[in-house]
Design a protein around this ligand. Structure first.
Ligand code: NAG
Ligand code: NAG
Ligand code: NAG
Ligand code: NAG
Ligand code: ZN
Length: 959
């Protein structure tokens, strides 16, 4: 599953008289297959499972609930086969009347004698008298009563007589549920510009919302087979994990699509969809059809991911030595979802913005994102779907692999994109920051109870997980890594795995001289303790070099108050590599690793005899394969920076990016003086590569954030403009003839130039804007969002309204985002106030885009005003995003990221203290406090240095 572009929108429910009549009509046209279940009728009483806390129904008894402490299901029954029938009612124009009805039958094996069956359930109304339990040869067992525990989302069924150990039974029932635009469970989505067949029903079950569609054992290690039937109107399409077996008439108005039985799988991977879709199919290989589904308006824009996906799917089959087990793989574009994409087995569901691409309307950034999403979800077909984490604590076993293999897959199909060289700067540098917080957590996170599940869907499980898997690849070498993964998949397919299963299966056989002292011994140190090490290199005597590892945190102040102990005492087993100025060699393999298992290591190396003399250097962690930072004694740093200025190309581009990122991070942690870090900027005039520029742009923007409201800001802008000018002008004048990396860099450079108020950039932007507005000329799509934003900076209300109108009328989702971003750019408060009103109107800005808009506003406009708006509307946002996995915390993160002052810190702390309900944002708010505190201290300590550097640099500029 991918986050990022996620959303949730809650629609109010207005049920009128017409609604109730309609419900009756629908209910009688809906027939059940099972003989033992009666048709649901309108007058049936239904038992709501939404509230209150505990509902005890019918048939006497009020036995108290068993006390559960963690919300996990008891292991008394083992599911075998679910038969699910679903009827989403999405017809007509009034979506408030929509709902779904369904039926489930579960065959299970009883593992202990019991009178109680516990399933998961959420927000479903069980149809009265529909529930039954029987043994497989039909002898009924009376249900005494059932209770619903809304806290743990349990349906607890009490039986008259005990079920017998090692015997198979069937439990079944009918139910109805709400169909809202909350994007969880079975949800409603809509094609925004359609009047006919506008609505779509689709599913998002991960991690715990299958129970919102049908009662089930909704934990990943309760695997079972599924037979799914979906009822639809004949002019619609239905889809599920498996190919369709048959379509049967249902009454006069509907048909039922019956799907083939799935392999053994987890509930969170079940998928269904109904809508008016069209498709395109290609063969991924013989016997494996790869089909994209979307609205007829956009289907042609799925061509790129369709072709790429079919190629990468065959690549993964070969690499993992494991044939994709289903007869087909569908990808479906839904207008709106709560996650970027979800890897449901055989039916990957994407949010439209993450799948569509064509050359004329979409930027190359859009292309990259669609390709990443595709590769990521296809990697899950093995990691997650075939071999599944036993519990959410082991989420990295699917997400870490998906993050890493996404890039491996892309590199195989598009080697010219140089994706493997971007991994460190794109993924590792991003998570290094989060994992440097005291509020970070180990990759394998024990969960106190099920309410914590959503918290593990974060950068640590995803991006750190990916970095750890990449490091494992390096440690083992390509051949043993691949062989080990093949053994792991083969041994655990259709089953569940713990991290120990991975370490055991991937251990090279036989052990070679080069290999680590045991995969488990090494890897446990990386997944069972939070944070990561910094290795400091210093010269003890000529030729004698000391390597020392310490736990790295972004802000050492407060470290003494961190009471969390680590099983390894914050010591890691580090695969060290290095090269020297004497014989620079950055290509490296597992054979070059020096294992650092303790806090200190001394190495005698003749090549390093004159290390501290000018011109000599050492660089450790080649190509940043290892998940650690490197620090050097100051003389070595100076020599390294000297090399950057003399000829930076001697040092590999991944390590140039690493050095920039390490330097500034160490500076923020007060381990390296800021003056040293700032001096590295001076070489940038000569830097041509995308990867080091990405690292540098981040630091340039970091300092810009502090200076934004300071008197030296204009001078800073001038300095940055001269640094970026050579590359900027090259990319602008050669824009029609660039490599993929250069094109991506051009978009970033143009953005930065606009931020720095580069005159030519602003003038170009205004000209392009006017040509577009007046003559309808197209704006170059790779810089379009920046052009629009620049043009609106000091705009008239009429230009702003012109863009707003374009936002409201365009059918192109990508254009919509460009316009929305531009609307956040003016400096005029009256326009921003208009935008605030628009943000709170769910009909204008879709739920997902609210977060993005607020984040842009906080960056482009006055963060204090945006933060006040968030606080004033906290309850609104809390309700609005209550169902979503990522959104509320993304919102908080987006708005608080530009905080740099003491008063902002106090205000944030006060907000946490005085807000009764912070929902899923609790962890993010604490991280925001920690981040802001570091920044406040940092600018206090460094303001003078920055200003000194600015006045010196400005004097050195040759105009
Ligand atoms: C579930 O039951 C509650 C209470 O009777 C009712 O308000 C709600 O509309 C029902 N929902 C569905 C989808 O039937
Ligand atoms: C998609 O492509 C097909 C075949 O090239 C064409 O007939 C159809 O009109 C296109 N659809 C749209 C919406 O452009
Ligand atoms: C650490 O805890 C002590 C005692 O509670 C407190 O005085 C100090 O301010 C804390 N330090 C930080 C950085 O939070
Ligand atoms: C170190 O410097 C000395 C004196 O300049 C020189 O003789 C020697 O070859 C150098 N050693 C290395 C490994 O460069
Ligand atoms: Zn994923």
């Amino acid at each position: 599953m991918m986050d990022g572009t996620c959303v949730s929108k809650r629609t109010g429910i207005i049920v009128g008289v017409i609604g109730i009549i309609l419900l009756c009509i629908v209910a009688v046209t809906f027939y059940f297959i099972g003989a033992s279940i009666s048709e649901p009728k309108c007058e049936n009483k239904i038992v709501p499972t939404g509230s209150p806390e505990v509902v005890i129904t019918s048939k006497s008894s009020t036995s108290p609930l068993k006390s559960h402490t963690d919300g996990r299901l008891p292991s008394i029954i083992t599911p075998i086969l679910y038969k699910i029938e679903m009827f989403p009612y999405i017809y007509g124009n009034n979506s408030n009347l929509f709902f779904f009805s369904g039926k489930m039958e579960l065959k299970f094996l009883c593992r202990e004698n019991t009178r109680i069956i516990t399933l998961n359930i959420n927000k479903l109304n069980i149809t009265e008298d529909s529930m039954f339990v029987r043994n497989v040869d039909n002898g009924a067992i009376d249900v005494k009563f059932f209770e619903i525990d809304t806290k743990w989302q349990f349906l607890i069924i009490h039986l008259d007589e005990p079920l017998i150990k090692n015997t198979e039974y069937i439990v079944g029932m009918s139910f109805t549920g709400p169909l809202n635009m909350d994007y969880t469970g079975l949800y409603l989505s809509a094609f925004p510009h359609r009047t006919v067949n506008k609505y779509v029903a689709a599913t998002q079950f991960s991690p715990t919302d299958a129970r919102k569609a049908f009662p089930c054992l909704d934990e990943p290690d309760f695997k079972a087979e599924f037979e799914i039937t979906i009822i639809r109107r004949p002019d619609m399409i239905s889809l599920s994990n498996m190919p369709k077996l048959a379509t049967n008439p249902r009454g006069t108005m509907y048909v039922a699509d019956v799907y083939e039985r799935t392999p053994r799988m987890s509930t969170y991977l079940v998928a269904m969809a109904v809508g008016d879709f069209v498709s395109k199919t290609i063969d991924a290989r013989e016997g494996l059809q790869y089909t994209s589904w979307a609205g007829y308006e956009t289907i042609n824009k799925t061509d790129h991911v369709l072709l790429f996906g079919s190629q990468v799917l065959s690549f993964f089959e070969k690499y993992f030595g494991s044939t994709f087990p289903l007869p087909k793989q569908d990808i479906l574009a839904v207008p709106e979802t709560s996650v970027g994409a979800m890897e449901n087995w055989g039916l990957i569901i994407y949010k439209e913005t993450n799948i569509l691409y064509d050359e004329t309307e979409f930027s190359l950034d859009n292309l990259r994102n669609a390709i990443i999403a595709t590769s990521h979800e296809l990697a899950h077909q093995w990691f997650g779907n075939l071999v599944t984490q036993d519990w959410w604590s082991n989420l990295f076993l699917k997400e870490g692999f998906a993050v890493y293999f996404s890039d491996v897959g892309i590199d195989n199909i598009y080697p010219e994109w140089q994706f493997m060289d971007q991994f460190a700067v794109r993924i590792m540098h991003k998570v290094f920051h989060t994992d440097g917080l005291l509020t970070s957590h180990p990759v394998h996170k024990s969960l106190r109870d099920v309410t914590e599940i959503r918290q593990v869907f974060d950068l640590i499980s995803y991006e750190k997980g990916g970095c750890i898997i990449r490091m494992l690849n390096f440690i083992l070498g390509d051949r043993d890594f691949q062989n080990g993964l093949q053994r792991y998949i083969n041994a655990l397919q259709y089953e569940n795995a713990d991290y120990n299963d991975l370490w055991r299966e991937i251990e090279p056989q036989p052990l070679s001289y080069y290999h680590p002292p045991g995969v488990k011994a090494v890897m446990d140190t990386w997944i069972l303790q939070k944070n990561y090490p910094v290795v400091t290199i210093s010269q003890k005597k000529p030729g004698l070099i000391q390597f020392k590892q310490e736990r790295f945190v972004n802000n050492p102040v407060g470290l003494e108050n961190d009471t969390e102990v680590s099983p390894f005492g914050y010591v890691w087993k580090i695969p060290l590599t290095y090269t020297t100025s004497d014989k620079p060699r950055f290509e490296t393999s597992y054979k070059d690793i020096i294992w650092m298992e303790d806090k200190k290591l001394l190495i005698f190396d003749r090549e390093l005899q004159n290390l501290t003399e000018p011109g000599n250097w050492i660089v450790a962690n080649l190509k940043q394969w290892g998940y650690y930072r490197v620090n050097y004694e100051e003389k070595i740093w100076s020599n390294l920076i000297g090399q950057f200025k003399k000829d930076h190309t001697i040092i590999h581009k991944v390590n140039r990016a690493q050095i920039i990122n390490d330097l500034f991070s160490l500076t923020k942690a007060e381990l390296v003086p800021l003056r040293l870090s700032l001096s590295v900027f001076e070489y940038l005039r000569n830097e041509e590569e995308y990867v080091p520029w990405l690292a540098a742009l981040k630091e340039i923007q970091y300092i810009n954030m502090f200076l934004k409201n300071m008197p030296t800001h204009a001078q800073y802008q001038t300095i940055i403009k001269t640094m970026i000018w050579p590359r900027y002008s090259y990319l602008q004048s050669n824009k029609t003839n660039l490599t993929m990396e250069e094109s991506w860099l051009r978009s970033r450079m143009y953005e930065l130039a606009s931020q720095m108020d580069m005159k030519i950039c602003l003038e170009d932007s205004e000209r392009l804007f006017t040509d577009w507005k007046s003559y309808n000329y197209t704006i170059d799509v790779n810089i379009r969002s920046t052009v629009l934003c620049s043009a609106l900076k000091n705009t008239s209300e009429s230009d702003w309204r012109f863009v707003l109108e374009s936002y409201n009328t365009t059918n192109n989702i990508n254009e919509k985002m460009n316009y929305l971003q531009a609307l956040t750019c003016p400096k005029d408060q009256t326009l921003i106030n208009l935008l605030f009103d628009i943000i709170k109107d769910p009909f204008t800005v879709k739920g997902s885009d609210v977060v993005t808009t607020m984040t842009w506003l906080a960056q482009n406009y006055d963060v204090n005003i945006v933060w006040t708006f968030l606080k004033d509307n906290w309850q609104y946002f809390l309700d609005y995003f209550s169902e979503s996995l990522f959104l509320l915390s993304s919102l908080v993160n987006g708005v608080t990221t530009p905080f740099t002052t003491d008063s902002q810190l106090k205000d944030l702390e006060n907000f946490i203290k005085t807000t009764p309900d912070v929902g899923t944002a609790a962890q993010t708010l604490n991280q925001a406090v920690e981040n802001t505190r570091s920044k406040v201290k940092w600018i206090k300590d460094n303001e003078v240095t920055i200003n000194e550097w600015i006045s010196e640099s400005i004097n050195n500029i040759n105009y």
